[in-house]
Structure formats: C-alpha cells, structure tokens
Design a protein around this ligand. Sequence first.
Ligand SMILES: [Ca+2]
Ligand SMILES: [Ca+2]
Ligand SMILES: [Ca+2]
Length: 318
Amino acid sequence: MTTAFADRITCKVPAPFFESTNVLRFSSCAALASTILPNRNYNAFPGARSASPPPLGCGPGAARRLMDMSAIAMRILVLTAACLSMADASAKDDAPAHQWVLYRPSNSTFYVKVDPGKEPPMEIPYGAAGDVPLYADFNGTGKRIPALYRKGQWLISSHADGKPDAVVNFGGQPGDIPLAVDIDGDNRADLVIFRGGEWHVRGTRNLAVTQIVHFGLPGDVPLLADFDGDGKIDFAVFRAGHWYVDTNRDGKAELDFAFGGMAGERAIVGDWDLAGHAVPMLFRDGEWLVSAQHDGKVSARAVFGSKGDIPVAVSIAR
Ligand SMILES: [Ca+2]
Ligand SMILES: [Ca+2]
Ligand SMILES: [Ca+2]
C-alpha cells in the first residue's frame, strides 16, 4: 500500500551533493522514468528487505550506472530535462514540506534542507571528530537547533552559529547513545541516554529527576517517537531489520514490524504527515526510504547526502 507520497521522488542529477543546485522534487517521476527507460521497473517500490537496493529513478547510484552505459547516455539527458519540466507540477502537491537534517562527520557540518524549497541546504559547521549530532527544540521556542553529544557533554547551540551556549553533563559511559525528544510534554527536548536496554530520561520539567525505562537489548538502535499517534512518545528499538515499539512503557513491544536489515543502513524516525504518526525511515548512503504504513514497504524515498553522512532528523517544516 502506498500513500499520496508514493511516487514523490527527489531527483538529483549525477553531480556531487551540495555542489549542484539541481536537486529537484517532482511528482510522477516513477512513471516518467519508466517511460524513458522502459527496461527498468521504476514504478515498483520493493520492500526494503530485498537483497540489493531498489532501483532509483533519479538517484546517484542509478545515475552512475546509467552514465557508464554510453548507449543510453542521451536518455539521461532527456530524463534530466524532463525532471526539470516536472518541477512546477509538484507545487500543486498538497503534501507538507519536510525539513531534512544530516550531519557529515568528514567536515563536522550539519546540513539542513527544506523540501520542497528552492533554497540550497543550510550549512552549519559544528563539532569535532567523534561527536554525535542531535537536532531538537531544546529551548521550547518551536525551532529545532543543533547540538552535539561528546562523551557525556551535551553542547547545545541555540544560535546555530557553531558555538555552544549551553553545556549539560549527562551520560558519559562508553557505549551510551544520546537522544533528544520532548517526552514530558513541555515542548522542550529532554535528554535521554540509551545504555544497553536501559533508558535514562532527564525531563525538562524536573531536571533533578532521572527516570529509568527498560526496553530493548544491548546493541539495539534506540528511537523515540510517537508511533501510534496518541500524543505520547513511544520507546522503540531497531534490531537487525526489525522494529519493536513499546507504546505503554511497560518494557514490552506492542508494535513489531520488519523494515530494513541491510548492512550499513541507519534507522531513524521522522514526522512525515500531519496525522501525527511517526514513520520509520532508513538511510542508505544518501538514499532515504520511508515506510509510512509501518508495513515494511517503501512508500516514499528521497536523495539527500551521501555515504558516511549521519541522518539526524526529519520533521514537518514550519
Ligand atoms: Ca520536555
Ligand atoms: Ca505513542
Ligand atoms: Ca508495552
């Protein structure tokens, strides 16, 4: 099952990310691509558990392969031109705009892009090797800001100027994984440390209290989001292609679904539509896969970033 966003694709012509302004979003790219390149099934959105990454109509991987094939090089040009012509059609799409955030460790820089939007990604140099990037509304202003976790120190940059203006100590044990989500409902991101199945939650309503929640196992990828749409943040873990979600905080999963499982991919959650349900996403070397129905099927995809980047956040642009 697909959503209204099923065939919405971010198209990127084969040029290094951020060095090209030809990052376009358009509707019906899948149908367009299959027309121009009929030997590829661009209308199919295979499940994320396939042995190899699904073909992309306009993604860099597909583009590289196709560029090597001189016999159809001209078709690429035709496709690119057609993408350009389709750009305006997407303006009629009533889907909400999304803010995509990734972090590039090689140059310690956040990249923030709004799609659809004509502005190039905003670049925020911030951090050093080994830092863990975070992007959340730490101040309760309605605006998300960058932060870094560095061996138990949280370096929050309210002005997104590459300098921390608040430093908080929380966590710091080897293997601790930081998360920043508003769990206690005061609109300010709470600091959370996942430690091998134990969640340490320091809510902003009462900084003196650290709550402990048990869910998951050592080695799990922790995730915090409202999966069931009841307005409360759920505790979730990603484990080798399976997602387990504890919606009532009793340590047992109410939701369990498969999505992903390939080596090298990263699991994150994002706000995707206005219904308030968080959606699971996978990041594979610059390709983002969305499963809006929690059924393991890819309902939308985008291209943003490249190999080595860290996906940080996806939210409704406001
Ligand atoms: Ca809070
Ligand atoms: Ca919930
Ligand atoms: Ca439960």
